[in-house]
Design a protein around this ligand. Structure first.
Ligand code: AMP
Ligand code: MG
Length: 418
């Protein structure tokens, strides 16, 4: 076999970058879901991940009951009778306790217990009533309008599987079982801080060259959507010691630490310097725009670390592309993929081959159910307002070049994620 003549020098630098998909796969591989449980009240369980499978502990409904407002009787009596004596009433919560003689019926309401002697309910619209006599106008089939015990759930049925993210219907099903508390997985604790001497907090006066720290607000907002415990550790100055101290503190407090800024190769990128020493963090160049530099690893044996780039759009894009799925997996969720759709691009887009672009777009569905998208305009990673205007990413493949208006592109709606 002829040997491949590969000269590393001949590689285009861009080819050495990690693809988005590979970075995503490596991150997810490194994550084991939290298994610690906690017991919470049913309402607090909404949106949480069920720790153990739940089996029905009783039948629902627990008694035979009527599906209609009408009259309950024995069907076999219709061989002789069309008119029945109304011997009593069964209302929801107030059963009829006596027995029924031949030719007798009872008035019955939806949900009320069907007495043991009766097997059929006729809806009230199909009878005439005069005094205590009910006359059938139409004869229902035997067993009509009777709901049986266990039609919804039988004792021992698997009600909800472990790992289920509890929704409103689930809370109702659990309530129907009389279950008032559930064991759910502990929420991940996520800490974040910004790095940079130029960053000022709201209310502070900006000196020349300063900017207000916006990343802690976008991160706060996106984390809020993931139902995690959030720790905002503020702004850390560009000093080796301060950065080291911040990492030591954060890794004690949190399951995940996210930083923004300081992961490129500038003179003041102390995040990189500090973490290189630990050796458990990888510094990746990802073939993605925005957000090329990304640091990922562990700060100790359990605390995950994401070093996101500093530019405001890069922070949001890398969080949504890489960190979000990791946190969802950590909190025990299984549905973590972001759905992509094909859309007609209504505006031309500029794109250089070599990186996968996540441009900001505004998408809508037309009357025929076809997605359309247009660019928000300037695509610099510092144009944070583009994220505010946009409701989707336009994902353009690594090798793609410019896009003409009318061409088909992939979009990833993110309105719900922010
Ligand atoms: P860095 O990655 O630290 O080199 O930062 C890249 C760019 O993002 C610089 O223009 C920073 O001023 C800006 N930046 C970094 N962190 C933040 C932040 N928290 N809020 C707003 N801009 C930031
Ligand atoms: Mg910086």
């Amino acid at each position: 076999m002829p040997e491949l003549n590969v000269n590393p020098q001949s590689f285009d630098k861009k080819q050495l970058m990690l693809s988005v998909e590979e970075a995503q796969a490596r991150i997810l591989e490194a994550i084991l879901p939290i298994t610690t449980k906690e017991r919470v009240g049913l309402r607090q369980g909404l949106g949480r991940i069920l720790a153990d499978p739940l089996l029905a502990r009783m039948a629902v409904p627990s008694h035979r009951n009527s599906a209609m407002d009408g009259y309950a009787f024995r069907h076999i009596d219709t061989d002789i009778h069309k008119a029945f004596y109304v011997a009593g009433v069964s209302m929801a919560g107030h059963p009829f306790h006596d027995s029924l003689d031949i030719g007798q019926c009872i008035r019955i309401m939806t949900g009320a217990v069907v007495p043991a002697d009766a097997d059929t309910v006729v809806m009230q619209e199909h009878v005439s009533r005069e005094g205590d006599i009910m006359t059938l106008q139409r004869i229902p089939i035997p067993g009509a309008n009777v709901r049986h015990p266990g039609e919804d759930l039988c004792t021992g049925d698997a009600v909800l599987p472990a790992g289920r993210k509890l929704n409103a219907a689930d809370l109702g099903v659990l309530a129907s079982q009389g279950i008032g508390e559930v064991d759910v997985l502990r929420r991940p604790r996520v800490a974040f801080f910004s790095t940079g001497d130029e960053l000022k907090g709201i209310g502070e006066v900006l000196q020349p060259g300063d900017v207000y720290d916006s990343n802690r607000y976008t991160l706060f907002g996106m984390l809020n959507k993931l139902d995690v415990d959030i720790l905002d550790l503020g702004v850390i100055p560009d000093q080796q010691e301060a950065v080291e101290h911040a990492f030591a503190q954060a890794s004690q407090l949190a399951d995940v630490v996210i930083t923004s800024g300081g992961v490129s190769v500038g003179d003041a990128d102390y995040v990189t310097d500090t973490l290189r020493k630990t050796g458990t963090v990888d510094f990746w160049k990802i073939a993605v725009k925005p957000g090329k530099p990304l640091a990922f690893g562990k700060l100790n044996d359990r605390c995950l670390f994401f070093g996101l780039p500093g530019n405001p759009v890069s922070v949001m894009a890398t969080f949504l592309l890489f960190t979000r799925a990791a946190i969802l997996k950590l909190r025990g969720e299984t549905m973590i993929e972001l759905p992509e759709y094909s859309a007609i691009c209504d505006t031309p887009l500029q794109k250089a081959p070599g990186r996968k672009d996540y441009q900001r777009g505004v998408c809508h569905l037309d009357v025929r159910g076809q997605w359309h998208v247009r660019s928000t305009g300037m695509q610099g990673s510092h144009i944070l307002s583009s994220m505010s205007t946009a409701n989707c990413f336009i994902a353009l493949p690594l090798l793609a070049g410019d896009v003409n208006a009318g061409e088909i592109v992939n979009i990833i709606p993110f309105h719900e994620l922010l």
